[in-house]
Design a binder for this molecule. Sequence first.
Ligand code: HEM
Length: 521
Amino acid sequence: MWVILFLILLVIFILYQVLKYKYGYWERKKVPHIKPVPLLGNYGDYILLKTFIGDVVSKICAKFPNEPYIGAFYGTEPALIVQDPELLKLILAKDFYYFHGREVTQYTDREPLTKNIFFTHGDSWKVIRQNMTPLYTTAKMKNMFHLIEKCSRVFESLLEEECIASDSIEVNCLMCRFTMDCIGSCAFGVETNGMQKGHELNPYVIMGSQIFARSTLRGIKNISRAIWPYIFYKLGLQIYPESITHFYVDLMRKIFKQRDFKPSPRHDFVDFLLNLYKDKYITGEGIMTIKTGETQKVTMKVDYDLLAGQCISFLGAGYETSATTLAMTLFELAKNEELQTKVIKEVDEYLDKHNDILDYSIVTDLPFLEACIDESLRLYPPLTNLTREVMESYTFPSGLTVDKGLRVHIPVYHIHRNPNYYPNPEKYDPERFLPEEKKNITPYTYLPFGEGQRFCVGLRFAKMQMLAGLVTIFKSYKISLADGMPETLEFDPRVLIHVPKGGVNVKFIPRKDGRNYNKLS
Ligand code: HEM
């Protein structure tokens, strides 16, 4: 009995000493910080799934408005929150080599779905990124716009059906069906039919929604993997169920075989990947090239898993991020008739000029609509807190040295709402992003797509599909918030991206002067 009591007390004592040492990290580094709560650190409300991470980090930053960086504890682990744009430039671009990992990099090969460009690091990230970048050029986007245009026509019919079926529509789900079809069509080269009836049973929709599953279990897994990856994987846990991996790897195999391993006239991502597959290896510069400036060539074998992994990353990174941005844009426009009138005028003028046909010029010819998207991304960035990992010990100009493995948190949500960068920051004001105003934005204070060498490769694709979706809506409808829909939203801390709890319900009012896409084209 006494022995057991002694052992318990000993364990508590050791744990206390370990935590005391860990929580002394920022004190020893002489970095401003807040006293942490045992085990929860300074992220308690997020770890307990009460508040989304962007808000938690923002509250920490608000306590130190004039500090370029703040020491925090993500659970038991130290994290440096950097809010000064000049330092962000160093981290994201100039001294990127030292910060090129995203998070818990040592563990990214533990799951097939975390081996892709989004999560990976080192030579593997550099070579994949270099080889994938040509996939997203303007020329490639132009070539595949016909697929987006086709999806927009299907979306037009879906909207007609949904408006007959119900007085109001939940637009997060609606826009997910649209973006799923666009990405499915371009990344997997298949018609996902996510916009057809019975979408609840559609395997693409089911598997797609699993990537960002909204459940408490997934929320707990996301957080515990990010803070305590060693324990997480030791317990045999995985973020993504194996069924998702199998589904997409099988799908890629089938599609490659269907195309007889040869490029098709679709000009989609699969064609591009097939070309890589043909060559069996991809070559690029290794990560050290960034540090030393000396070219160091690295070769990687191209197999199914590598290619399927990249297709899955397009879907994971591109489908719900775009859908949520669309939903938030609709939410803001539904509240503001004046802005909506401007959008409708611009859309009508565009379609008049283009004979009611969508073409790739939507990405240049709709500056106000694009500004609405940009402003939605400012207020509601899908990734509210970007992460980086210190990959090699680094000393900031202030003299602070950060050690290998330290987490760096970039408080995107907080920076986007800082009145020093965005006057009257809570106001939804797309004018800030009109071409003549945009150039006044302080560099590294607008980060919805990240910045520097790891910025979102899919930006052009995202803009193209989001603009097409919004034109399809506003050419035929006006919108207002559904009855009972609140004017401010709460966000779901269980999901890695910033999505509203309970959805966004919007009324679609058919415009008397609305129009259909030109069916003769
Ligand atoms: C509104 C839509 C989107 C938003 C807000 C968004 C945002 C982001 C952000 C914040 C990052 C991390 C950047 C960084 O760490 O500096 C990222 C990375 C990435 N995004 Fe997007 N994204 C969107 C759409 C897309 C689409 C449509 C695709 C693909 C078709 C895509 C593919 C990727 C990939 C592959 C990465 C990883 C890049 C890397 O680590 O090198 N994204 N995105």
